[in-house]
Design a protein around this ligand. Structure first.
Ligand code: UDP
Length: 322
């Protein structure tokens, strides 16, 4: 059994990963500043004897060096996430996503512990291809559009992680998440499914941005944390980058219809321009579909749940928690 550090362990993905690792018998230390993470995400496990919670920011170098003591595996999930945070506060995005990652990698290189780095499909930018594999070029927009600060900051993190692997033989695994959804995700930071579900449960309208023809793939967080833990423990994954997500594509307009049909077919869709939603400097990604063959070839599985199963689970959670 290992001792694991999860930065951002109280967040949406982090809390599900915490539960999984505890259920597998590992010891878990969480470092979280509860900016977007929430105490009640950990309600099920907060008294678990193998869990230690440290409240503080990854931007605090002393806290970071204390948190890594005796740790075998680091899951680095803490970041400024969500299109809304990135659009509203690009300075916070850059500061949170770059300097602490560099410090953490340096600390990990001193002990040689395994290192999972959470990256994002945003690193592909607005690549026009139908499906993206890990060797694609990156297609960022101009620096005057704050959205790209997020993808660029995570691309720097990837360079840093790969450089530490090469120079210090640090066993790093990089995962690029594609639209992860499920219970505990909140809509405050822009995420579409919790917003649509809340809007439909409140009688509508469901607010679709632009023409709704933008395409995404949604994967359930339970399957994602399983992929993260399996990949991190796989020697074949070390030094590599992996797309982690579903490859079942759907337009946002169709997603809105699926949500409405499950909750209340009388709810209407309202179409709103991007500038009204995110401000005038906003640019969206039209299509984002991963090629997950590297993931499947390495761990023998990929996220399988259908969108219908995922929506049913989220709606049930929303109804039971409200
Ligand atoms: N979106 C929408 N209504 C909302 C929130 C998002 O139509 O209330 C759209 C958004 O423009 C994007 C897609 O849904 O095209 C997914 O948005 P999200 O912020 O969840 O993820 P990302 O843009 O990072 O894929």
């Amino acid at each position: 059994m290992s001792k694991c550090l999860i930065t951002g362990g109280a967040g949406f993905i982090g809390s599900h990963l915490t539960e999984l690792l505890l259920s597998q018998g590992h010891e878990v230390v969480i470092l979280d500043n509860f900016s977007t993470g929430q105490q009640n995400n950990l309600a099920h496990v907060q008294d678990h004897p193998n869990l230690k919670m440290v409240t503080g920011s990854i931007t605090d170098p002393i806290l970071l060096s204390e948190a890594v003591l005796g740790v075998d595996v680091i899951y680095h999930l803490a970041a400024a996430v969500g299109v809304k945070i990135v659009a509203d506060d690009p300075v916070r995005t850059i500061e949170t996503n770059i300097y602490p990652t560099e410090r953490l990698l340096r600390l990990a290189a001193q002990t040689g512990c395994r290192f999972f780095m959470a990256s994002t499909s945003e690193v592909y930018g607005k690549n026009p291809k139908e499906k993206w594999n890990e060797e694609e070029d990156l297609h960022f927009g101009p620096t005057s559009k704050p959205r790209w600060a997020y993808g660029c900051s995570k691309a720097i993190d990837e360079f840093l992680a790969l450089a530490h692997h090469k120079k210090y033989d640090l066993p790093v695994v990089i995962g690029r998440f594609f639209n992860v959804v499920g219970p505990r995700q909140v809509g405050n930071y822009g995420m579409v499914i919790p917003r649509f579900v809340d809007q439909a449960l409140n009688g509508g309208p469901v607010v679709v941005y632009d023409d709704g023809q933008q395409v995404r793939c949604f994967a359930h967080v339970k399957e994602i944390v399983d992929c993260i833990a399996t990949l991190t423990n796989s020697d074949a994954a070390v030094g590599n980058i992996f797309n982690i997500g579903s490859d079942q594509a759907i337009s946002i307009e169709q997603l809105a219809r699926e949500v409405i049909q499950r909750i209340d077919p009388s709810v209407k869709i309202e179409y709103v321009g991007y500038s009204d939603a995110y401000g005038k400097d906003f640019e969206d990604v039209r299509r984002r579909v991963p090629d997950v063959s590297r993931l499947e070839a390495t761990i023998g599985k990929k996220p399988q749940m259908t969108l219908g199963q995922i929506l049913d689970d989220i709606i049930e959670w929303k109804r039971s928690s409200s």
